[in-house]
Ligand binder design. Structure first.
Ligand code: LLP
Length: 420
């Protein structure tokens, strides 16, 4: 069942609570997450991959609100992180260090040192230079770093170019094609400061078909098996994230087919598996609530100018991403097309274009759907607009996760030099 549904009076609700009421008490723009939905989707993912020996590391980059990851931690999730900042969040939310995987192409010396000091479970290295850096930092501390090698198996994920990571032309991973990755793995295995932890792939995000996963995972499996046949330790195959979600209708993701694919490929392989789902756990469990400030007539359509903007939700601007937009009140008859736009001074500042909408008036509250992933985490202060606050509905209560900052707080972060 969808995390957001209309009640018998036609009001859009989260966990039975009308979103209009939540906006009235907590202000707008406001991210509202369904904690019940996040918990249930995490459980459904974990159940789908339960037949294999695996660990689930939620990709914090999709939504790193402490309240969200704290909830996932309560239900057993580990974390996939890409910065020292995300590591601090994971630890603060109660995710044990050994359940943390550190991904990313450019970890700094400070970040690697902090990860080793914290005792995190796995560092996914992406280049010979990075392996060397990790080795030196581990040597200086007299420890062995658990390092998996992220490989590039040259598979096109059939998704948006800006979130495709699987092809050789991208900056990600070490190629398996020219023996480069195998040679590096052998060096890792011979390095006294490195404990080879296995191999990782992540070919992209918002992938709607299983076929790219199948091709990438098969390539990873044969590469890992070849290394094992040489006598090398390859404990884990980390399969990354990337499962796409339905942005048109918000239908919950069915993880069954993915689970079956993984079971079919890896059930008897003897590898432990790692999973890094992000979007598929949170996207359809969040909305961005926004209020109409003005309705302005354009040539053939209306502009609904709302109080959320590209600084709150960048996806439409950056990826031409589609997010369904619905009035939170009972839906009236469609009046015609409208562009739902923010107050930022750029034509690219919109949340939705040419949407068939009912009559709209100043003060109406709209829900931008499927905004639980890559929404709040990508917000900025552009135009000195404090980004939206965040709340979570869980078990019938609304919890504030992060208040919207005010302008005074933004200004207080800055320093005017003494100009004499
Ligand atoms: N693991 C690694 C190494 C990743 O780079 C990513 C996402 C994930 C896991 C999680 O992938 P997911 O399950 O969420 O697809 N800002 C973009 C998405 C960027 C994804 C980057 N990497 C968007 O708004 O669509």
């Amino acid at each position: 069942m969808s995390a957001f549904a209309r009640d018998d009076q036609g009001r859009l609700c989260a966990g039975g609570m009308p979103l209009g009421d939540i906006a009235a008490s907590h202000g707008s723009p406001l991210y509202v997450y369904s904690g019940d939905g996040i918990r249930d989707d995490y459980r459904r993912f974990a159940a789908a991959v339960a037949p294999v020996d695996g660990a689930v590391h939620f990709a914090l980059k999709a939504n790193s609100a402490l309240g969200v990851i704290g909830l996932l931690a309560r239900h057993g999730a580990g974390a996939d992180i890409v910065s020292g900042g995300e590591m601090a969040r994971a630890l603060a939310a109660g995710i044990p260090a050994e359940k943390i995987v550190f991904s990313g192409v450019g970890k700094s010396a400070e970040e690697i040192g902090a990860a080793l000091d914290a005792g995190i479970g796995q560092i996914n290295a992406e280049s010979p230079q990075e392996v060397e850096a990790i080795s030196q930092i581990a040597a200086a501390r007299g420890v062995q770093a658990p390092v998996a090698l992220r490989v590039n198996v040259d598979v096109a994920p059939k998704t948006h170019a800006k979130i495709s990571t699987g092809q050789r032309s991208t900056k990600f991973g070490v190629s398996t094609s020219q023996n480069e990755a195998a040679e590096l793995y052998r060096e890792m295995a011979a390095d006294p400061h490195i404990r080879p932890a296995g191999l990782a792939v992540h070919i992209g995000s918002q992938i709607m078909e299983l076929d790219p996963f199948e091709r990438a995972y098969s390539a990873l499996l044969s590469f890992g098996t070849a290394l094992r046949d040489e006598g090398l330790e390859v404990p884990v195959l980390d399969l990354g994230g990337g499962i796409g979600v339905d942005y048109q209708h918000g239908t919950p993701t069915d993880f069954t087919a993915y689970g079956e694919l993984v079971s079919r490929l890896f059930a008897d392989s003897g590898f432990r598996l790692g999973f890094e789902p992000g979007r598929s756990i949170v996207a359809n469990n969040g909305v961005l609530l926004t209020r109409v400030i003005y309705v302005k007539d354009g040539d053939n359509k209306r502009f609904a100018i709302v109080d959320a903007a590209m600084n709150d939700l960048l996806r439409p601007t950056l990826y031409e991403a589609h997010h369904d937009i619905q009035p939170v009140g009972p839906e009236g008859p469609i009046e015609g097309p409208a562009d739902i736009v923010g107050p930022v001074c750029e034509t690219g500042d919109y949340l939705g274009l040419d949407r068939m909408m009912p009559s709209l008036a100043a003060g109406d509250c709209l829900a931008v759907m499927s905004a639980g992933a890559y929404g709040a985490v990508m917000a900025s202060n552009y135009n000195t607009r404090p980004p939206a606050g965040e709340v979570m509905v869980l078990d019938g209560d609304v919890h504030i996760l992060r208040r919207r900052r005010d302008v005074a707080e933004l200004l207080a972060e800055e320093i005017i030099p003494d100009f004499g």
